[in-house]
Ligand binder design. Structure first.
Ligand code: ATP
Ligand code: MG
Length: 228
């Protein structure tokens, strides 16, 4: 591989950065700055041929699709919404795991939405419009989807929606707002994504990194001391 060839990896701060760093470290890549304490959006690493760009989680597929980053780490939720055009998805990193679920007030089943006039369409509030549409269409259920950008749990409490579609990890956020999980749509984890042109042009470099990451995913903590 050419000596001057740079690989750019896009990732978001917070849980994805925190959980991806041990894997990248096992693959020999350490960030020289902490995005939680730095305003830099481009971070150098101790490998001069690898840089990190820190962006919104939902922007990662776009950066990688257009080749602004060669690789990226993105949640399956974000990839399902984006559609995955222009991307390879060669590795499940098994981090930032959670479930995409339908949730609502206790007892608010999927057919309880009947008013004086008879049945009306269920209203579903979500940031995951494409996933929600696909899920209810597959069940043959006509619903009205309301796009929100966050705090979905509020929607059923103030009568904006009957149900929400959101990510659930422990269920504590739902519980704190008097909601319960009702149906699981799919399991979510973060994936390594690769720009299709980069895959060809920087093949050796990417293959090498991919193998190291796969090894780190399959053999977690091999460099940690064994508990006595
Ligand atoms: P933004 O803050 O830019 O709107 P976001 O809220 O989706 O983005 P994060 O909360 O950091 O950003 O989530 C990033 C990714 O982590 C999500 O796309 C999802 O794959 C995963 N994730 C989100 N919430 C959870 C959760 N509660 N448990 C585990 N993983 C989660
Ligand atoms: Mg969030």
């Amino acid at each position: 591989m050419p000596n001057e060839e740079i690989l750019t990896i896009a990732l978001s701060k917070g849980r994805i950065f925190e959980q991806a760093m041990p894997l990248l470290q096992a693959a020999g890549i350490r960030a020289l700055d902490d995005p939680e304490h730095s305003r830099k959006l481009i971070l150098d690493t101790d490998d001069v041929r690898v840089k990190l760009v820190i962006i919104r989680a939902s922007d990662v597929p776009t950066y990688v699709q257009y080749g602004a980053a060669d690789l990226g780490v993105a949640g399956k939720d974000v990839l399902l919404e984006h559609g995955g055009d222009g991307l390879y998805e060669p590795l499940d990193l098994r981090i930032a795991r959670c479930r995409l679920m339908v949730a609502g007030k206790p007892g608010s089943g999927l057919d309880t939405c009947i008013d004086g006039q008879g049945r009306r369409r269920l209203r579903i509030a979500t940031k995951y419009v494409a996933c929600a549409e696909r899920y209810f269409a597959a069940k043959g259920q006509q619903v009205e989807i309301i796009k929100l950008y966050g705090s979905m749990e509020l929607a059923p409490l103030v009568g904006l929606a009957d149900l929400i579609v959101d990510l659930v990890e422990s269920g504590n956020t739902l519980k704190a707002n008097g909601l319960v999980p009702l149906e699981r749509i799919c399991d979510i984890s973060s994936r390594l994504v690769v720009n299709k042109a980069s895959w060809k042009m920087k093949h050796d470099h990417i293959t090498h990194l991919l193998a190291a990451l796969r090894d780190a995913v399959e053999h977690p903590d091999t460099d940690q001391p064994m508990p006595s």
